[in-house]
Design a protein around this ligand. Sequence first.
Ligand SMILES: [Ca+2]
Length: 512
Amino acid sequence: MEGACCTPSSKGGCEEPAIAQCVCKVDSSCCEVRWDFHCTRLVGEMNCGSPCSAPLSCGDPPENATCGQATPLAKGGTPVQGKTAGTGTTGGLCGGHLAPEVWYSYTLEQTALLDISVTTSFGLGVGCEPTLRPVIYLRDGCGSSAKEIGCNEYELHTDKLPPGTYYLAVDGRNGDAGDFSLEVKEASPCTGDVDCQGSPAAPACDLNRGRCVRCTSDVHCTSSFAPACNAVAQQCVACVVDAHCKDPAKPRCNSDKKICVACLSNQDCKDPLQPFCNLKENNCSSCLEDKDCKDPTKPACNLPTGSCVQQGNCCEVTPQIAGCADDSIEACVCAKDPFCCEFAWDMICAGEVEALGCSLCGPVCMQSADCKDPARPVCVPSAGKCAECAGDAHCKDPAKPSCKPGSFRCTECVGDAGCKTDPARPRCALDQGTCVACLSDADCKDPKNPFCSPAGSCVACLSDDDCFSWVARLRPGDLDLRALPLRLVLFRPGETRLQCDQESLCPTGRLL
Ligand SMILES: [Ca+2]
């Protein structure tokens, strides 16, 4: 049962005023000019009413719109021109259910391969411009019991087919429709590798398929880097079984990745100094965690290298070593910045010790008189370290009046109460200690800039999806797309999406 307002009309509006009003808010031309195919699509897409069961494309259905009316194709591989239009009735296993299709038949006198390709021109989807991204599928008959032999977009290459008549549909992705050029070529199946000698990339004959492929056994894989045939994918790979792995340093085959590796389990690690198999890297390591390190002078496991190390002072950079010597500081930093424990304790990690309030890195002190560095003039008694401040009284710069607990640095704010002076930046980003416009979308009241960016400002969009409210439907002559300062133009049948730097740059009058 077709829903209301699903029938295109040369007049504006449709039989259900509420649906018409809803759709015409999106595109006034649906009421003012005509209720066309694009308007019927909007009924469902804009949740104005029940989706129209199948989108309609412009024009009448061609004569070969059903399998029973398939146009016979002549032999010889000469391209034929065709067109899809109207309402579709079926689709293939890989798509086509929303689009109209047309049918062709091809009769094989003898067992053969079919190579099918469809080319199209792809327009803007404006008005009746074609938007066909073709889906093609091949069946062995027309009835409901017909078997689908293959389905693909743009090209379809069959395995060998027995003699008989086959039915080929040219269909479209989504609601696509339009003109196309179809080419069907017949080829003889290979009966042995000798038939595949002309194609270096596919020198092996798969007798079951009658197709030349990269390999069916190891003999086809002559490169020392990829001496094994992965029979499932018919690709040459480094290994399928351990016997393919000739390098004594990498004797095991990782059967998932089809590459030779040092180990698959601890049993493969014979060196008593490297007894553990790191299953992520598939290499033998001295340790997998700190408790594997028995030497008290090297108590920490450095996972990236798999070796036991003495970790450095958390306030200092150790480029080759992940983590740092103080477990509680390490845990505090790595909770916010996992890189520091997974790769290396770099300059950023060392800086985060203080920035994240994990610990202080200043000189040791008993009292402020011990703190000679003018950047760290105050002794924080609880930490016994020199810092920028121990309380707000030490923060003399009016732009940074608050002493942030934990990091003991002067900041703009330590809570929203510190962000009263600038109404444009009412929230305090606690990590940075700076006033920002927003911490979450809820803080963004301007409907034109409803999203809170990671930097704390309200913006129009954070991803393409956020720009949906700026969908513009363009008709021929509306504007020259090339003249617009667009960052991105996305096409879909029936609509053109524009992402604009500002709303004022979007073409006016047709915006949602
Ligand atoms: Ca279809």
